[in-house]
Design a protein around this ligand. Structure first.
Ligand code: G1P
Length: 301
């Protein structure tokens, strides 16, 4: 077997225009909406770093400058915080600041689909395996999803994807994989289909937005025809690559919130807030109170 090459770089696509969150996303990129007190995209970056990623390539688009600013230094803010003795905030900002030169940005010039967004990162990734994290899909668990996916990758090499199980009626919203033989950290993928029609999904294991892919995907994506939703689909490219290279899936043991939907975004805010040492107890009490009084209003109506 070929040597399993280390994964050093991650791609984070942030080019989507967030129409589902208008008017909030008129002037603010959807990836900058906050879960508790940090932008959605920060969680994906933290998860990638915890999994050992050294360099992040953001695929952006017009009107996304706030994301670049978020990952830059803020000397004026730091000096003003320092004048007011806000040292805890200074250390938090400093610990989040990426090392100089460890982030890159490239633009997807037109919204042609996820497969096209990933292809836009080809020159910045070069000829090495890379991680891919879709930031709308927020991992919530004892461990980030990418760290578990790395375990599977170190076991089997090739291409690996993270999956979770969905209700059968939700399968048509996602990319779905077929389940083959098991390995220690997952199972072999037998097929992949993007947004299958009702009754045509090979299983209820859906792609939850975490991948480790070999660079050969780029030459396939360069010629990929449009698929579901008239977009260039990554799943279709992966299916082609699977004719020549192995694909395995890692079932994530935590839970993913789809922050691209309003419901998922609110659920993520509640779950992350409840989990916070500083505000968790308070939030628990207030959420309980809001739910109880809502319930009694419904009953009285
Ligand atoms: C994309 C992928 C899909 C995956 C999903 C997870 O779809 O194409 O395979 O299951 O992300 O969110 P999108 O959400 O862009 O329609």
């Amino acid at each position: 077997m070929d040597r399993i090459r280390t994964v050093r770089k991650a791609v984070i696509p942030v080019a989507g225009n967030g129409t589902r969150f208008l008017p909030a996303t008129k002037a603010v990129p959807k990836e900058m909406l906050t879960i508790v007190d940090r932008p959605v995209v920060q969680y994906a970056v933290d998860e990638a770093r915890q999994a050992g990623i050294e360099h992040i390539v953001f695929v952006t688009s017009r009107n996304k400058q706030a994301i670049e600013d978020h990952f830059d230094d803020t000397p004026e803010l730091i000096s003003s915080l320092s004048r007011s003795g806000k040292n805890a905030q200074i250390s938090e900002l400093e610990s989040m600041l990426p090392k100089a030169g460890s982030v890159s940005f490239t633009r997807q010039q037109a919204p042609l689909g996820l497969g096209h967004a990933v292809w836009c990162a080809r020159d910045l990734i070069g000829d090495e395996p890379f991680a891919l994290l879709l930031p709308d899909m927020l991992s919530f668990g004892a461990r980030g999803c990418m760290a578990g996916l790395m375990d599977l990758y170190r076991e089997v090499g090739g291409n690996v994807v993270a999956v979770e199980q969905c209700a059968p009626e939700d399968a048509s919203k996602y990319g779905i994989v077929g389940k083959g033989g098991t390995v220690r950290h997952g199972f072999a993928v037998t097929e992949m289909v993007e947004k299958p029609a009702a009754g045509e999904a090979p299983s209820n294991y859906y792609l939850n937005g975490r991948y480790i892919l070999q660079p050969e995907i780029f030459s396939i994506l360069a010629h990929q025809q449009r698929g579901a939703g008239n977009e260039i689909q990554l799943t279709d490219g992966m299916l082609k690559l699977s004719a020549n290279q192995p694909f395995h899936a890692h079932p994530y043991e935590g839970r993913t919130f789809d922050c691209g939907s309003k419901q998922g975004f609110i659920e993520a805010n509640v779950a992350f807030a409840l989990n916070r040492a500083d505000i968790g107890d308070m939030v628990f009490e207030s959420v309980r109170e809001i739910v109880l009084s809502h319930e009694s209003r419904i009953r009285a109506a």
